[in-house]
Write a protein that binds this ligand. Structure first.
Ligand SMILES: Nc1ncnc2c1ncn2[C@@H]1O[C@H](COP(=O)(O)OP(=O)(O)OP(=O)(O)O)[C@@H](O)[C@H]1O
Ligand SMILES: [Mg+2]
Length: 287
């Protein structure tokens, strides 16, 4: 049996004297699988993603193991980690303006991400960038490439960041609330684009969100974090319709989800279910 793409063992991340933000968690993700990471604010979701990306501040004390594609990431030198970022793993943040350089045209930023790893000349890089911008749904890729971030809408910037994250065909993409800042219709477009490019690239994904309907659309599996620990993990449809941990049950009840099967409602919310339309994803090989 092949080993998982991502293997986290006993990961603990602590800041100062406070209780650890992530406490001895262990989980794995298979190639191409999509894991939704949910849980209340401050439960350690972003810290987990930043630990995988090697982007935690120096003040963070990290112990345990994060193996990605067979390589140990904990304790890796910055220069070595920088090389793996983009190639092996990339991240899409909630606010694209923090990831995009306001002084640089969008196309050049995507091209630099590409050239950094591929060493490609300007011409082939430009071709790859335009193809990637088309893949994230821009019909006018040329115009978008020549625009500065402030000339693009929030949804367009988020799609540019998606293009940057995927241009090097990483094995794993970490998405930290990628659509939370967008309005609902734009969110739907960006999610459809993300869904399609992850599929096309065969990339695995860790998708952090508070929106359980979105998680059930994008993810095959769900893990629930509470106070730095994973309290429940399983098939997305199962966790979101028949949660086993009381905390998950509370989350699901709050979300008033009416999942998957029309007419199948959680008894706890049967009287209130809002009937958010949710498209079930086909199963993938997540564990
Ligand atoms: N740089 C830091 N220095 C000190 N503490 C931090 C730092 N980054 C995160 N923390 C703490 O770690 C804990 C987990 O934070 P994290 O950002 O992972 O939460 P989260 O689950 O992503 O929450 P949210 O849903 O609000 O984004 C919090 O208590 C937070 O205050
Ligand atoms: Mg967060």
């Amino acid at each position: 049996m092949s080993s998982p793409l991502l293997e986290i063992r006993d990961l603990t991340v602590a800041f100062g004297r406070r209780p650890p933000a992530v406490r001895g968690v262990s989980w794995t993700l298979d190639a191409g699988a999509r894991l939704g990471l949910i849980g209340e604010s401050g439960s350690g979701k972003t810290v987990t993603a930043l630990a995988i990306m090697g982007l935690l501040p120096e003040t963070a004390r990290v112990t345990g193991s994060i193996r990605l594609g067979g390589r140990e990431l904990v304790g890796l030198r910055d220069a070595d980690m920088a090389r793996l970022r983009g190639d092996l793993v990339s991240m899409i943040f909630q606010e694209p303006m923090t990831a995009l350089d306001p002084t640089m045209r969008a196309g050049r930023q995507v091209a630099e991400a590409f050239r950094l790893h591929r060493g490609a000349a300007a011409g082939p890089a430009r071709t790859a960038v335009l193809a990637m911008l088309a893949a994230v749904g821009f019909e006018d890729a040329q115009r978008v490439a020549d625009s500065y971030p402030h000339q693009l809408s929030g949804g367009q910037r988020q799609r540019v960041m998606t293009a940057m994250a995927l241009i090097n065909s990483p094995d794993l993409v970490l998405c930290d609330e990628p659509t939370t800042a967008l309005d609902v219709t734009v969110q739907a477009t960006v999610l459809d684009v993300l869904d399609a490019v992850l599929d096309a690239e065969g990339a695995a994904c860790v998708f952090i969100s508070h929106d359980l309907a979105v998680v059930s659309q994008i993810c095959s599996d769900v893990a629930v974090m509470l106070d730095g620990e994973i309290v429940e993990r399983g098939d997305a449809a199962r966790v979101l319709t028949a949660p086993q941990h009381p905390y998950t049950a509370g989350l699901v009840a709050t979300a008033r989800l009416d999942l998957l099967e029309p007419g199948t409602r959680l008894s706890t919310v049967a009287d209130h279910a809002s009937g958010i339309p949710v498209r079930p994803r086909r199963r993938r090989g997540a564990r």
